[in-house]
Design a protein around this ligand. Structure first.
Ligand code: ZN
Length: 346
């Protein structure tokens, strides 16, 4: 049996194997403090039943996300504290397990091609990779939509796919959209946590001297075309309380009426098959961790031309009544895009 992290998004450290029990830990890499993301591949365990254990809080409510191809993910729906057991069928190899349902960048490229959207290069990453982006439409209004400022937060990518599906099916007139699906592209590919990187992560880099080329490129675009609306798609903390929900981070007291209007529109556009959102779960400004910082949403919302910019947080697991799946996150994205259109009034 081979347990490894040699794939897009891989992150694991095998601490110990004894018989059919494996003790695992994730790699924090350059993240300061603790974080919970992991993803690993098992090969050569056919016809065996293996118990996988973590020694820290690493598993969600439904056990690991499981995949055979890194494209389709489902929950194991079985978990015992911080352990799960998997019975490998004959010929079942490789099998991927992860903290959350990963979103492979190839999926985004295939999605763009299926919609005849041309993928452009935003910039070169620090590691020299070509960072993908989409430029959609043209006009006086500028919308910037981003995801993965924090590399591990894949629920935002599914939401983004739904947003784009809707906005390319029924475009908003007179509007230019920049879409950056993987702001921390190196981190997404390398399987980094991305959150709380030293000296700071991508979503604390909207300063006068950004250290990440992706952030510099987004800033340059905003300076050239403006940013009338900015939507940044994230996943919250691991689990518990509001982290199990969908919520908007309201980042400015003086724009609370705008937030109220948007939230009401999103509620009214929600279909029952989508991940459910309730306005009452929005995080109020200047409360707890929600303080001004050089993050994308706050700095965008502070630009004079900006009407509204915020972060949308989408749970990794959800609740029994509102359980996360790729499909339900995508449907949430479609409803979110409809709310954007109504808010703008087109
Ligand atoms: Zn985040």
């Amino acid at each position: 049996m081979k347990i490894h992290q040699n794939f897009t998004g891989g992150n694991i450290r095998v601490k110990e194997i004894s018989g059919d029990t494996v003790i695992l830990e994730n790699e924090l890499r350059d993240t300061e403090g603790d974080w919970f993301y992991w993803a690993f591949c098992v090969e050569g365990a056919e016809d065996r039943e293996i118990a996988f254990k973590f020694e820290s809080k690493r598993l969600g409510y439904w056990g690991p996300a499981v995949s055979h191809d890194l494209k389709d993910w489902h929950w194991l729906d079985s978990v015992d504290g911080e352990s799960f057991t998997y019975r490998f069928g004959s010929g079942e190899s490789p099998v991927y397990f992860a903290h959350n349902m990963l979103y492979h960048p190839d999926r985004f490229i295939a999605f763009a091609e299926s919609r005849a959207l041309e993928v452009s290069e935003l910039c070169r990453s620090r590691k020299g990779r070509s960072v993908p982006c989409l430029h959609i439409g043209d006009g006086n209004r500028s919308i910037i939509i981003t995801a993965r400022h924090h590399a591990c937060e894949s629920t935002g990518s599914y939401v983004m796919e739904g947003v784009l599906e809707e906005l390319t099916t029924s475009p908003i007139p007179n509007t230019r959209i920049l879409c950056v699906p993987f702001v921390d592209y190196d981190g997404v590919l390398d399987g980094d946590q991305g959150k709380s990187r030293a000296p700071h992560d991508h979503n604390r880099d909207y300063t006068d001297a950004p250290i990440y080329p992706e952030v510099a490129a987004i800033r340059t675009h905003a300076d050239r075309y403006g940013c009338n609306f900015g939507f940044d798609l994230h996943s919250p903390y691991h689990k518990g309380g509001n982290n199990d929900r969908i919520f908007i981070v309201r980042n400015k007291v003086e724009k609370l009426e705008k937030f109220d209007r948007f939230s009401a529109l999103l509620e009214s556009e929600l279909t029952p098959d989508a991940m459910q959102y309730k306005k009452e779960n929005d995080h109020p400004p200047l409360t707890g961790w929600n303080q001004p910082s050089p993050n994308f949403a706050f700095t965008s919302n502070s630009r004079p031309e900006c009407d509204l910019a915020f972060t949308l947080e989408s749970a990794y697991f959800g609740t029994k009544e509102n359980k996360v799946s790729a499909e339900r996150l995508i449907l949430l994205g479609k409803c979110f895009a409809k709310a954007i259109r109504k808010y703008i009034g087109e």
